[in-house]
Ligand binder design. Structure first.
Ligand SMILES: Cc1ncc(COP(=O)(O)O)c(C=O)c1O
Length: 354
C-alpha cells in the first residue's frame, strides 16, 4: 500500500494561496495590455551585445556581484558602488527585503491597493501585515500614514503605485523617510514614466531602499533584471541574503547595454507618455473615471462602474487587460499603454461597447 500524503510544510505555507502572475496567453493575434510590458523592443545596443556574447562563456558562472552593471548604475546616480545591488528582477529584491526585515515578530506595512506580491512575501515570512488604505477617487495617501505604520519594521511605498498609477507628493515622502522608525522601501518600478523620483533620498536617509526594474522602461521583462540602491550597511545586509549567482550572464550583458543607452530610454518613455495622454483624454471623453497616471498604464473605470464586464467584453475582442476583483478595484481595469495603433483598436472596441 502506498504511503498516504501528509504535509510537512510550515503551516503558514499550507495556509497561503501563492502569487498569481498576470496571464501570459499563448494565443497569437491578441492585443496584450495586461502586465505592463513595454510595447517597443529593447535598445539596439542590447541586440548587438547579445549577438556579440561569446556563448562558450556560458559554461562558466557569471560575476556573482554583477560588478560592471552595478558600477554603471552607481555612476549614473552619483553614488558609491557599495550602495547598489543587482537582482533577478525586482521581485528577487523584494524577496531579499522581506527575508531581511520581516518575520513573525517584525511586521510590514504597505498600501491598499498595491502590488499583490507583497502580501504573499509577508505570508511566507509569517509577518503581520498592516494595510494602509489609499483614500478618495484618486487613491491618495492618508495623511496619518506614519501613525498607521507605527510599530512595523518595514514600510513599502510603491511610487508611482500599481495598479492605481498615481504618485505621491515628494514632500510627504521626505517626511515619511525622516520620521518612520524602520526601513522604508520605495518601489520605483514605474519611476521612469513619472515626473520625479526618490533615488537621491538614499544619500540622505540611512533607512531608505529604492528598487528599480529593467522590465518596464527598458523593455527587458523577459530578462529578469532589477536593482536596489541604499545606504552601504543596508545593501551589505542584502548581499548576505541573495542567491550566489542571482543574475545570469545573459541578463548582465543585456542590462549593461540597455542602461548605457539612456537616450533610447528617454525616447521610449516619451512616446509612452504621449500615448498615455491620448488614451486618457479619449477615455475621459467616453465618461470613464481614470486615476491620473505617472506609469505606463491607466487604472480606468467604465461609466457603469463594472470593471469585470468591461474586462470580459475586451477579452471577447482579443484585447487582454488586467482586472482586480474587489469592492473598489473591481470598478476598474488596468490598461497597459501599448502602441498607438493598439490603443486606437481598444478605443474603437470600447466605443462600440458603450
Ligand atoms: C510595483 C511593482 N514592483 C515590482 C514589480 C516586479 O518587477 P520585475 O519584473 O522587475 O520583477 C512589478 C511588476 O509588475 C510591479 O508592478
Amino acid at each position: 500500500m502506498s504511503r498516504p500524503y501528509k504535509s510537512y510544510f510550515r503551516p503558514e505555507i499550507d495556509a497561503m494561496q501563492g502569487y498569481t502572475p498576470g496571464e501570459q496567453p499563448k494565443m497569437q493575434q491578441l492585443i496584450k495590455l495586461n502586465t505592463n510590458e513595454n510595447p517597443y523592443p529593447p535598445s539596439e545596443n542590447v541586440l548587438q551585445a547579445l549577438k556579440d556574447l561569446d556563448m562558450k562563456r556560458l559554461r562558466l558562472y557569471p560575476d556573482p556581484l554583477a560588478d560592471d552593471l552595478c558600477d554603471l548604475i552607481a555612476r549614473h546616480w552619483g553614488i558609491s558602488r557599495n550602495m547598489v545591488i543587482a537582482a533577478n528582477g525586482s521581485d528577487d529584491l523584494l524577496t531579499m527585503v522581506f527575508r531581511a526585515f520581516t518575520s513573525d515578530k517584525l511586521a510590514v506595512s504597505f498600501l491598499e491597493p498595491t502590488y499583490s506580491l507583497y502580501k504573499i512575501l509577508a505570508q511566507m515570512q509569517h509577518a503581520e501585515i498592516r494595510k494602509i488604505k489609499l483614500t478618495g477617487d484618486n487613491f491618495e495617501m492618508p495623511s496619518d500614514i506614519l501613525e498607521q505604520a507605527k510599530g512595523t519594521n518595514l514600510l513599502i511605498i510603491t511610487r508611482p503605485n500599481a495598479p492605481t498609477g498615481n504618485s505621491f507628493a515628494i514632500a510627504k515622502m521626505r517626511e515619511i523617510c525622516e520620521k518612520f522608525d524602520g526601513i522604508v522601501l520605495i518601489d520605483e518600478a514605474y519611476a521612469d514614466f513619472a515626473e520625479d523620483n526618490c533615488i537621491d533620498f538614499v544619500k540622505e536617509y540611512p533607512n531608505v531602499i529604492v528598487s528599480r526594474t529593467f522590465s518596464k522602461s527598458y523593455s527587458l521583462a523577459g530578462m529578469r533584471l532589477g536593482y536596489a540602491v541604499g545606504n552601504e550597511e543596508l545593501i551589505n545586509g542584502l548581499y548576505k541574503l541573495k542567491d550566489s549567482y542571482n543574475v545570469d550572464l545573459v541578463a548582465q550583458t543585456a542590462a549593461k547595454a540597455a542602461f548605457a543607452d539612456q537616450e533610447n530610454l528617454v525616447k521610449n518613455c516619451k512616446k509612452i507618455k504621449e500615448t498615455r495622454a491620448m488614451l486618457y483624454q479619449a477615455l475621459r471623453d467616453m465618461n470613464f473615471t481614470i486615476v491620473p497616471s505617472e506609469t505606463n498604464f491607466l487604472f480606468a473605470s467604465p461609466p457603469d462602474g463594472d470593471g469585470e464586464r468591461y474586462f470580459k467584453a475586451l477579452r471577447d475582442e482579443a484585447i487582454i487587460v488586467r482586472y482586480f476583483p474587489g469592492e473598489i478595484t473591481g470598478r476598474y481595469v488596468r490598461i497597459t499603454i501599448g502602441l498607438p495603433e493598439e490603443m486606437e483598436k481598444l478605443l474603437k472596441v470600447t466605443k462600440n461597447l458603450i
